[in-house]
Design a protein around this ligand. Structure first.
Ligand code: ADP
Length: 621
């Protein structure tokens, strides 16, 4: 099972088809208003920005031209009937058009930015929430493999990649199409022959761009790999800081970091060097386009005769418009490599996101699952076997605990005690046999109801970043303040909580006050007291508290377990003594069973563990 989880990422990722299409179809459609608005505004803004050079050309010919040079004022796509008669009116018309074009560009750029951002971030909000919801339902083996780092990377980096793609790359590609396509169409419309000269640079720019993309790709990959190595190195060295300090190997670690950092530096420079050729190359080609246009157009104008194989007329205005527009190709074309890069990244990222989402959860409600309602709590393991991977961990275990009784599971570390309890909660499913509560197979009841009925206190109780109060009420969100305090008192936690700087409102967890293992366990016990469980599992729940506190907790534990079926896993056999029945587990099997007294009598493994512990206690007195 664990092996399956190990490759689950890659396997399911490989099966994702047309990820970018799916991103739009599954998440983009509900925000398509933002997308359409953004794209329309973007196209309008770019188109409007082409207007001023065209108007300038028309004005040069139609208004400012001297004598015979003057030709009628005309604009592409504008019907002649709309153009006013007379120089002054045409001049005002031109000014209005230019001002209008700049205003339109500004307004549309603003609308575009807002809509594109909204689209990208709304889509990603949905993707993030949805993938997290799906992720939580995955089976434990997935999380056992410590893939949290990779999952975090998907929720963080991949989401950022997608955001950038949806935000920038779409914008840039629209700009590319409008600018290159629009300008080419304009130039061809105005003077196809001179356009051939000016546009000659575009295929060359394209060739240069293709070369750059091909050359940069392996170097970019090498650089990313190198930054990965550098980060691993840094994490490793900082993670082992205690060992580093105690071994006095700071200089050694600095050297190792330096080697990794230098490698990253070299790979980055190797990549950047290509930029030094590409960007100036693009500028140069744009310059050549300008120079060629200037040469041919200037010659044409100066001699009033079409040069070489060209024919027809060229006006000064058209000439100026050409020169101005010939400079507008560079930026959008230079963005091509970014667009392709972002597209490839986004494709890989959405593959990972969808791959993650498509990993199936095996442990889920069966089709005809019934809620487990108010069970008396009779628990029965019927010939249960289980393996995490191939190695069997539980072998044909059968045991029965009548409702309300306390069963202790005892045995060496790694015997399978925790695993037995986790099977009861269906954190994993049995491979053979069945576990029943009041005769109902746990696989036939809803997961929600099962986990509402079975309380679980583990040896390492997790604290969420938040206040003590929030941590206590976790899962029992409706509990009143008084109930919280009562539960905390019962778990011997009230006193230390009161002594914290902010009492119940003290922030604990990652960024708050650090609590000791014993304090955390007592919080977890208090939490279990709040839940209305019929069955309680205490997995080494009091292992980190000192004997004195344990004795105190024992009294309240007695209250917790009084009329609930309880499983206690404990190393300290003193806590096991009171149990109604004891199961001694070794190598995934029940090797002894009975009451404490019976087992001590039987002089088996339990008896020897007991005498070893009582000897220890005697020796320490
Ligand atoms: P105990 O509670 O008796 O100390 P466990 O039930 O924790 O024993 O472990 C039983 C065996 O299963 C051990 O060999 C342990 O290494 C293995 N094991 C426990 N948890 C996992 C897991 N999540 N994945 C794989 N093997 C596990």
């Amino acid at each position: 099972m664990a092996r399956e989880a190990e490759s689950a990422f890659d396997r399911y990722r490989g099966r994702v088809e047309r990820p970018i299409y799916r991103l739009f179809a599954e998440y983009g459609l509900s925000h398509s208003r933002w997308f359409v608005t953004g794209m329309t505004a973007n196209v309008l803004a770019r188109s409007a920005s082409l207007l001023p050079p065209v108007v300038l050309g028309a004005a040069l010919d139609g208004i400012f031209g001297a004598g015979s040079d003057r030709i009628p004022y005309r604009l592409p796509l504008v019907p002649a009937a709309w153009i006013p008669a007379g120089n002054a009116a045409q001049f005002r018309f031109s000014v209005a058009l230019i001002v209008g074009a700049f205003l339109l560009t500004a307004v549309c750029t603003w609308i575009y930015g807002m809509a594109a951002n909204n689209f990208a971030h709304r889509v990603m909000h949905d993707v993030r929430t949805d993938s997290f919801a799906k992720l939580q339902r995955l089976d434990m083996p997935f999380f056992d493999d410590k893939q949290t780092g990779e999952v975090m990377a998907i929720l963080n980096n991949d989401a950022t990649n997608l955001e950038r793609f949806l935000d920038d790359a779409l914008h840039d590609s629209a700009r590319l199409i409008v600018m290159v396509g629009g300008i080419a169409a304009l130039l061809v419309w105005m003077n196809p022959q001179l356009a051939a000269v000016t546009l000659l640079a575009v295929p060359l720019m394209w060739v240069l761009t293709r070369w750059f993309m091909r050359a940069v790709e392996p170097r970019y990959a090498a650089q990313r790999e190198s930054v990965g190595d550098l980060n691993t190195r840094l994490e490793n060295s900082l993670g082992g800081i205690e060992l580093v300090k105690t071994s006095g190997t700071e200089a050694f670690e600095t050297d190792r970091v330096s080697v990794a950092s230098y490698d990253y530096f070299r790979k980055t420079m190797a990549m950047l060097r290509l930029n030094y050729v590409y960007r100036p190359g693009m500028e140069l080609l744009a310059g050549l386009s300008f120079a060629a246009t200037f040469l041919v157009g200037g010659w044409w104008l100066a001699t009033d005769d079409a040069p070489l194989v060209l024919s027809g007329d060229l006006t000064t205005g058209t000439f100026v418009t050409f020169l101005l527009l010939s400079q507008r190709f560079v930026t959008p074309l230079a963005e091509v490599s970014n667009i392709v890069d972002q597209y490839e990244n986004a494709k890989a990222s959405s593959e990972r996101v969808f791959g993650l989402m498509s990993i199936p959860a095996h442990i889920s409600d069966s089709e005809d699952a019934q809620p487990l309602e108010d069970p008396a709590g009779h628990v029965e393991y019927d010939n249960v076997s289980f393996a995490y991977e191939e190695e069997p961990v539980i072998n044909s275990v059968s045991l029965s605990v009548p409702a309300g009784e306390t069963a202790a599971l005892v045995g060496p570390t790694g015997a399978g005690k925790s695993t037995l309890c986790k099977l009861l909660l269906r954190l994993y499913d049995v491979n053979h046999g069945a576990i029943r509560i009041d005769g109902q197979d746990v696989r036939e009841v809803t997961l929600d109801s099962l986990r509402k009925q079975v309380g679980y206190v583990s040896q390492d109780s997790y604290l969420f970043d938040g206040t003590v109060r929030e941590n206590l009420a976790y899962g029992a969100f409706e509990a009143t303040g008084e109930e919280l305090i009562e539960a905390a008192r019962a778990a011997e936690a009230h006193e230390f909580i009161e002594a914290l700087p902010g009492g119940y409102d003290t922030r604990v967890g990652e960024r708050g006050v650090k609590l000791s293992g014993g304090q955390r366990q007592r919080l977890a016990l208090a939490r279990a007291m709040l839940g209305d469980f019929s069955i309680v599992v205490l997995d080494e729940a009091t292992s980190s508290v000192d004997t004195e506190t344990e004795a105190a907790i024992q009294r309240s534990l007695a209250r917790l377990t009084e009329d609930r079926t309880t499983f206690v896993i404990a190393h300290r056999l003193s806590t096991v003594r009171e149990a109604d029945r004891v199961f001694v587990i070794e190598d995934g099997q029940v090797i002894e069973r009975g009451t404490h007294e019976e087992l001590v009598e039987a002089s088996g493994l339990y008896a020897s563990l007991w005498s070893a512990q009582t000897d220890e206690i005697r020796a320490s007195r």
